[in-house]
Design a protein around this ligand. Structure first.
Ligand code: ADP
Ligand code: MG
Length: 349
């Protein structure tokens, strides 16, 4: 598999009246052709700032890329002008946001909203673009697309609107689709349908997907690899199996332990104690240490590097240092992972 995107040591801050909010603090990851990478973490961990930076949509002038590279097919997007980014956005890299209503124009027919990009980026005429719009609505599972194409956003339910947004995002056959919590605003049944649709898209179009969510539970179903983010950093990255069945970072243990599973309804759900740090004053050392029952002395002083667990698996915790005490994941977390595996949520196969 070849690398489509390489993000290297990306740092993004916001200049605010209170000071510098360090939202992204040295994020590195690769995205291969045709794969789905999930980025998971609690609210405020820097997932959306990372994705809007990839799209060149950082709010200006407050948002600043402090350093780093975003290599897309070898070209650094950080160095591109807004004009150059407009040619990439929607065509090469496109995005689906959490709230479908905010991405749609309420006063414009759905069809015209899909057609825009096709005319702009693909040089189609109106008739060709309309035909393609109908095909796209069909592809994302909207019944009667030839009627729906002439309707307005308010005539669609929440789930159907999100399908429309996905159709718009797919219109120009992007190489990368970034979906930032695409199911968070939807109810559980509709969530599952949209996730299923994302899987189909992956299968049929071979688009690479960055799937962002705070819900680790949905990840096993959709992703090939998982990056766990905390306080503006990736603290663990690996294949779905690495992260679900051999997690190494205590924060990942916490996320797995607090994941509801079908056969664990009577068990008390674990919650990670405390709250994420204030990114105006990120802590010294390991940002997770104050919430980590397994924290070592060094965590208060020095940030852990990424330790290699295997060729596919890395985690930033001092527990992986060769001199660290041997600490295994808590039994309650292990049981929950087993419950998760057993209830077949890691579904499909
Ligand atoms: P997530 O998507 O993981 O929930 P975000 O990427 O939205 O988190 O936010 C990361 C951090 O950046 C948070 O501390 C958030 O408060 C801060 N942040 C996001 N947008 C802005 C902004 N426009 N101005 C100042 N701070 C921001
Ligand atoms: Mg977000």
């Amino acid at each position: 598999m070849s690398k489509l995107l390489e993000v290297k040591d990306l740092r993004v801050s916001f200049n605010t009246y209170n000071g510098e909010v360090q939202a992204v603090r040295g994020v590195s990851f690769d995205l291969n052709e045709g794969e789905t990478l999930a980025i998971v973490g609690e609210s405020g961990s820097g997932k959306s700032v990372t994705s809007s930076t990839l799209m060149g949509l950082l709010p200006k002038p407050a948002g600043v890329i402090k350093s780093g590279q975003i290599l897309f097919q070898g070209e650094d997007l950080v160095k591109k002008s807004e004009k150059e980014m407009q040619k990439i956005r929607g065509k090469e890299i496109s995005m689906v946001f959490q709230d479908p209503l905010s991405s749609l124009n309420p006063t414009m027919k759905i069809g015209n909203q899909i057609i825009e990009g096709l005319i702009k980026h693909q040089g189609m005429n109106r008739a060709e673009a309309k035909k393609k719009a109908i095909e796209l609505l069909d592809q994302v599972g909207i019944p009667h697309p030839e009627i729906r194409v002439n309707q307005y956003p308010h005539q669609f339910s929440g789930g159907m609107r999100q399908r429309v947004v996905i159709a718009i995002a797919l219109a120009c056959n992007p190489k990368i689709l970034i979906a930032d919590e695409p199911t968070t605003a939807l109810d559980v049944t509709i969530q599952a349908q949209i996730l299923e649709l994302m899987k189909e898209i992956q299968r049929d179009t071979k688009t690479s997907i960055i799937f962002i969510t705070h819900d680790l539970g949905v990840v096993a179903n959709v992703a090939d690899r998982v990056a766990v983010m905390y306080a503006g950093k990736i603290v663990e990255i690996g294949t779905v199996d690495d992260v679900f069945y051999n997690p190494k970072h205590p924060y990942t243990w916490g996320l797995l332990g607090s994941m509801p599973t079908l056969d664990a309804e009577d068990e008390e759900l674990y919650t990670i104690p405390g709250t994420p740090p204030d990114m105006l004053n990120p802590p010294k050392g390991d940002a997770f240490a104050p919430r980590n029952e397994f924290a070592l002395e060094i965590d208060a002083v020095m940030e852990p590097p990424m330790f290699k667990v295997s060729d596919t698996h890395y985690a930033a915790t001092w527990l992986l240092h060769k001199n660290a005490p041997k600490i295994e994941m808590p039994e309650s977390v292990r049981r929950r992972i087993e419950g998760f595996a057993k209830t077949g949520k890691k579904g499909g196969e």
